[in-house]
Design a protein around this ligand. Structure first.
Ligand SMILES: Nc1ncnc2c1ncn2[C@@H]1O[C@H](COP(=O)(O)OP(=O)(O)O)[C@@H](O)[C@H]1O
Ligand SMILES: [Mg+2]
Length: 325
């Protein structure tokens, strides 16, 4: 049962093709978890955020309490990569400017601006915020659910820590270069007493970032801590993509422990839907065969818009009680 999975992990990623119900499942699972007394943080990493819609309120990059029940609660956030980029570079820039003589500020700023808009900097910022949220929620939340972007994108993100380490290292290395540059400059303009400490501080900022990514990677690939829920619908393309995702997760060393097949058509609501349901069975059978023993939870097509805690309750009820295939 999905609630057992949630109770036994520290981090859950919810992924799948666009529009299949990732956000609805993330929000409903968070709701069920909080009703059960858990403290959960649900975070959207999808640039096309719609987590706010599910809770029927405006969300931001910071935490907002969207639901409470006795000791349990749901906090929610929508990651804003630009905000993370600005924060990170503001810290680095401030230290760098303190370290460098005034006349080198312009070229240092240029260097930072280049790094800021380098390919992958948005993705790295999303990952940095993921790592940060995992870190800051360690003592305050029992579980973090990441409502992710359509699958390909998320998998790229999860495989990024390696590349990101290199990215930080590039920054560290170019820092080494500008250090030599600064040393040369210092020999001309003379040294200031606080320079060595500013330098150490900058180094600490960059190394802390690298360590944070490494920690995230080890946590994400630890199947006792982290699991991935694949959401799909019983149609040809989403099923094919889900099979792919499971395969890629396995290659990345990430535990894919649950599949949700959402929006199953009813068999007793007219011929059209009954016909659809029969077709869905074929796709479901293919999925079942391809993913081995991973449990599959089926959720029926529900009426109405799934926005706000009341509407999510119905979906949560299904998530918690639906038998697994
Ligand atoms: N079981 C369901 N029955 C009916 N509508 C659903 C169901 N699950 C999700 N929806 C609706 O489908 C749309 C897409 O769901 P959403 O969770 O936003 O998908 P994703 O986050 O994967 O893009 C939303 O309007 C949502 O309310
Ligand atoms: Mg979504």
């Amino acid at each position: 049962m999905l609630l057992d999975l949630a109770r036994s992990r520290r981090i859950l990623f919810v992924g799948g093709k666009g529009g299949v119900g990732k956000t609805s499942v993330s929000a409903a699972l968070a709701l069920a978890y909080a009703r059960d007394g858990g403290r959960v943080l649900v975070v959207s990493t999808d640039p096309a955020h719609n987590l706010g819609h599910a809770w029927d309120r405006q969300l931001s990059d910071g935490l907002a309490r969207v639901f409470t029940h006795e000791d349990g609660f749901v906090d929610a956030a929508e990651i804003d990569p630009q905000a993370t980029i600005e924060r990170h570079f503001a810290t680095v820039a401030a230290t760098m400017m303190r370290l460098l003589p005034d006349r080198l500020h312009a070229s240092a700023q240029q260097h930072l601006d280049q790094a800021k808009s380098a390919p992958g900097s948005h993705e790295s910022a999303v990952l940095e915020r993921i790592a940060e949220l995992v870190e800051i929620s360690r003592d305050t939340h029992d579980l973090v659910i990441f409502d992710t972007a359509p699958s390909g994108h998320t998998l790229r993100l999860l495989s990024l820590p390696e590349k990101l380490t290199t990215w930080t290292e590039t920054l560290l290395a170019s820092r080494d270069r500008s250090e030599r540059f600064a040393a040369a400059a210092r020999s001309v303009v003379g040294t200031k007493d606080d320079e060595p400490s500013a330098d150490a501080e900058l180094r600490r900022t960059l190394i802390a970032r690298r360590d944070r990514f490494e920690l995230l990677r080890s946590l994400v690939t630890d199947s006792l801590a982290t699991s991935f829920i694949v959401v799909s619908i019983a149609e040809r393309l989403p099923v094919a993509e889900s099979i792919d995702v499971v395969q890629q997760l396995t290659e990345l060393g990430i535990d894919a422990s649950s599949i949700v097949v959402n929006r199953r058509s009813p068999s007793d609501a007219g011929e059209v839907l009954a016909d659809r349901r029969a077709r869905e069975e074929e796709h479901l059978a293919r999925l079942r065969e391809a993913v081995g023993g991973i449990p599959i939870t089926q959720i029926p097509l529900l009426a109405g818009d799934l926005a706000g805690a009341d509407a999510l309750s119905e979906l949560a009820e299904h998530l918690v009680t639906a038998p697994e295939l």
